[in-house]
Design a protein around this ligand. Structure first.
Ligand SMILES: C[S@@+](CC[C@H](N)C(=O)[O-])C[C@H]1O[C@@H](n2cnc3c(N)ncnc32)[C@H](O)[C@@H]1O
Length: 242
């Protein structure tokens, strides 16, 4: 919905090979493989547990660690896609990760990257540092700071340029946490995103908050329930930058 049903942003007509890095449950890779049946699509993920059982014939899923140098041949793929892997890519790996993405992309090919910035925002000034959502963001980013860069989204463009790409285009989109927007399309995106947000606030934070920041479980659940209520508060107009 956010991308108006577009899977691929750059102008590619007949891609021969596409790579999806950190493909997870394969949502994007499966849809791309179905929409381009004569394209070879390869998805890579570190986890074997998410793979769908029913794969299109032109999609191959591989288990590998993106924090290690790529073994694909150079100039191999027409499009290399990397979406929502910031919590998996090591902070020190980003420069070489993007260099690897570029190395395996054909000349004239494209690299498409999407990351969520976990720093919750609001443009109407109502979300302050005292809010649970901001506390959640601060703690989440800090809890993994030594390992991961959860604000990498805003640096992707400059890293791509530094890795030798040209025609680099970047956009920041507001991903609303609930249905607060005036226009019906964005309001619908917020409504659909609401259950994701409720899950994400808990699931991505449980381990780092309780095990890395040593937050007592009772305080953890109190913070999550306050953050969820604020995400639902339409007057706060909270969003994650995407
Ligand atoms: C939030 S999911 C995103 C999945 C998919 N890209 C999407 O947008 O629907 C992050 C995925 O990255 C994978 N991942 C995290 N660290 C990784 C690593 N070092 N190597 C390969 N995959 C990794 C996880 O297993 C998970 O499937």
């Amino acid at each position: 919905m956010i991308f108006d049903n577009r899977l691929i942003f750059p102008p590619i007509n007949h891609p021969r090979r596409i790579l999806d890095c950190g493909c997870g449950g394969g949502n994007w890779a499966v849809e791309v493989a179905e929409r381009y049946p004569s394209t070879q699509v390869i998805g890579v993920d570190i986890s074997p547990h998410l793979q769908p059982l029913d794969l299109p014939d032109n999609l191959w899923l591989q288990i590998d660690d993106l924090n290690r140098s790529f073994t694909f041949p150079s100039r191999h793929f027409d499009l290399v896609h990397s979406r929502l892997v910031a919590s998996g890519i090591n902070r020190s790996r980003w420069t070489s990760y993007i260099r690897d993405l570029v190395r395996v992309t054909k000349r004239g090919g494209w690299v498409q990257m999407i990351e969520l910035n976990y720093n919750t925002q609001s443009d109407n000034g109502s979300l302050t540092d005292q809010h649970a959502l901001r506390e959640w963001s601060r703690r989440y980013i800090r809890s993994l700071e030594d390992l991961k860069d959860l604000r990498i989204g805003s640096r992707l463009g400059s890293l791509m340029t530094a890795a030798g790409l040209v025609e680099v285009d970047t956009t920041m989109i507001q991903l609303p946490l609930s249905a607060w927007a005036r226009d019906s399309r964005t309001r619908q995106i917020g409504a659909s995103n609401r259950p994701n947000v409720h899950q994400l606030l808990e699931s991505v934070a449980l381990y780092p908050f309780t095990q890395r920041l040593h937050m007592p479980e009772e305080d953890f659940w109190d913070l999550i329930s306050r953050a969820r209520a604020e995400a639902d508060d339409l007057s706060l107009k909270a969003y994650f930058p995407l």
